[in-house]
Design a protein around this ligand. Structure first.
Ligand code: PMT
Length: 407
C-alpha cells in the first residue's frame, strides 16, 4: 500500500526515518512529504535514500504541478500518516488552512489519517491544541499518543513522539483491519433530511452529520463493511464501502429498507424529519399573504419499520436508534426503544449547547434492555467507540441464526 508520510518540524523528525523504514519492511511504499521546518531537522536526502522516491518539500517546486505522480497523490494514497505532527500542523489541519503541500494533501485526500503529535508538554496541554485535536478526532483522524519522558526542550512530561514501532503498528491496524467487526455489514444513517416545499425552500434541522460519520468511520476501523446513508451535510464521508446520498425522509426510507435485509447492524443516527410537506410546488411560492400555511404529512418511520419487520419476520439486523430530546430524556428514549423495537437507543439531551446537534462533542445516555447508562461529555469519535463496544457485545450474545441480516 502507498503511505504518504508527512514530516513536520520537530526534533522527532529523525524518528520518522525509522517509521519510513518500518513501513517499508512491512511491504508498503512510502512517499515522504516534508514541511519547510522539517527540512531544518533532517535533510530530504535522508528520506529520499530510504524511500527511493523523490521527497516532496514544496508545493510550488518547479515541475510539481506537471508531475502526475505528485498531483495524483491525494487520490492514490492509502494512508496519510503525519509523524511528528507539531502544534502548528495540527492547528492548520483542524482549521482547514492549506498553505503548503502537506496541509493541502490533508484537505484533498479521502484516505484515512493517522497523526502522531509531538511537542512540549505545555503546548500539548494547551486548550487550543486540545480543541484542534478534538476537531480532528471528530472528523475521523486517528492518533498515536505521545510518550512521556525527557523532552528535547528540557521539560519532563508528555509530548515526546511515540516510538516508531508503535506508529508503524497503528498504521498497520488501519491499513489491514482485522478488527472485531470484520465480516459484519453495518449500515449507518447520518445527517438531517431536507423536505422540499418548493424548488428553493425546504424544512430541515440542525444535524451536521458528525455523529453518524464518526460511527461509520469507527465501524470501518473495526473492520466492518460499512454503508453510510447520509442526508445533506457539509462533511467529507469517511472511507467506507458505500456512501448513499439522499435528501428527504422518504428517499432515506427507500435507501435503508432496500439494504437493511442484508445488514448485520443498522445504526440510525440521522435526524429524520417526522413530518414533510404534503406537496412540493412546481414553482417558487410567491410572497402573497402575511401568513403561509403548509400542510405536513407524517414521514415513514424508518427505524420503526425495521423494528416491526424484524418482529414479524424474525431475524434481521441489530437495531440501534438515537433520540434527540429536550426534556424527560430517559423516559422518552425508553418509550422510543419500545415503540421502534430497537435493541438500544442513544439518547441526546439536545437542550445542551455543548452537545448534540452541530458540535464536536456529545453526552449521551444509552437506554437498553438492562436500563439507562449515562456517559460523560466527550468527542463524538469516543461516543462512537462506546456505542460500537455495546454493539459488539450484543452481536456476540446473539444466537447464531439471528446474527445474519435477513429481515
Ligand atoms: O448530526 P450531528 O450534528 O452530529 O448531531 C447528532 C444528532 C443529535 C443528530 C444525533 O445524535 C441524533 O440524536 N440523531 C437522532 C435525531 C432524531 O431524529 O431523533 P428522534 O427522536 O426524532 O428519532 C428517534 C429515532 O428514530 C432516530 O434514530 C431516528 O433516526 C429515527 N427516525 C425518526 C423519524 C423517522 N421518520 N424515521 C426514523 O427512523
Amino acid at each position: 500500500m502507498l503511505i504518504a508520510l508527512g514530516v513536520t518540524g520537530g526534533i522527532g523528525a529523525y524518528k520518522a526515518v525509522e517509521v519510513a523504514r518500518g513501513l517499508q519492511k512491512r511491504g508498503h511504499e512510502v512517499v515522504a512529504v516534508m514541511t519547510h521546518s522539517a527540512t531544518r531537522f533532517v535533510g530530504p536526502a535522508t528520506f529520499e535514500a530510504i524511500t527511493r522516491r523523490r521527497v516532496i518539500t514544496d508545493q510550488f517546486e518547479a515541475g510539481m504541478n506537471a508531475d502526475i505522480e505528485h498531483i495524483a497523490l491525494a487520490s492514490t494514497v492509502d494512508l496519510l500518516l503525519i509523524a511528528p505532527a507539531t502544534a502548528n500542523i495540527i492547528g492548520k489541519l483542524a482549521n482547514g488552512i492549506a498553505d503548503d503541500f502537506l496541509s493541502t494533501l490533508y484537505t484533498a485526500t479521502r484516505a484515512p489519517v493517522l497523526i502522531a503529535p509531538a511537542m512540549n508538554t505545555q503546548m500539548f496541554e494547551h486548550e487550543a491544541v486540545r480543541k484542534n485535536l478534538d476537531t480532528l478526532a471528530a472528523r475521523g483522524a486517528r492518533f498515536v499518543a505521545p510518550g512521556e519522558g525527557y523532552l528535547a526542550c528540557g521539560w519532563i512530561g508528555k509530548g515526546r513522539l511515540a516510538e516508531p514501532d508503535a506508529i508503524v503498528a497503528a498504521a498497520e491496524a488501519i491499513l489491514r483491519p482485522d478488527g472485531p467487526l470484520r465480516g459484519q455489514r453495518v449500515l449507518v444513517t447520518a445527517g438531517p433530511t431536507f423536505e422540499d416545499f418548493d424548488p428553493v425552500r425546504f424544512i430541515g434541522n440542525r444535524s451536521s452529520g458528525r455523529m453518524g460519520y464518526a460511527l461509520a468511520a469507527e465501524a470501518a476501523r473495526r473492520g466492518a463493511d460499512v454503508t453510510l446513508v447520509t442526508g445533506p451535510t457539509a462533511l467529507e464521508p469517511p472511507a467506507v464501502r458505500e456512501v448513499v446520498k439522499v435528501r428527504g425522509a422518504a428517499e432515506m426510507h427507500r435507501a435503508v429498507m432496500l439494504r437493511a435485509g442484508d445488514m448485520h447492524v443498522v445504526v440510525m443516527a440521522a435526524a429524520v424529519a417526522d413530518y414533510a410537506p404534503l406537496e412540493c410546488a412546481g414553482q417558487k411560492l410567491p410572497k402573497d399573504g402575511d401568513t403561509l400555511t403548509l400542510v405536513l404529512r407524517k414521514t415513514p418511520d424508518i427505524l420503526g419499520d425495521l423494528g416491526h419487520r424484524r418482529v414479524s419476520k424474525g431475524g434481521g439486523p441489530l437495531l440501534v436508534g438515537f433520540a434527540a430530546e429536550t426534556e424527560n430524556v430517559v423516559a422518552h428514549a425508553t418509550a422510543k426503544r419500545e415503540n421502534k423495537q430497537a435493541d438500544f437507543i442513544v439518547a441526546n439531551d439536545v437542550s445542551r449547547s455543548d452537545a448534540g446537534f452541530d458540535v464536536d462533542m456529545n453526552a449521551v445516555t444509552i437506554v437498553g434492555a438492562a436500563g439507562a447508562e449515562s456517559l460523560p461529555l466527550q468527542p463524538k469519535s469516543r461516543v462512537a467507540e462506546e456505542i460500537l463496544d455495546r454493539v459488539e457485545k450484543l452481536l456476540a450474545a446473539r444466537p447464531a441464526e439471528a446474527r445474519h441480516g435477513s429481515g
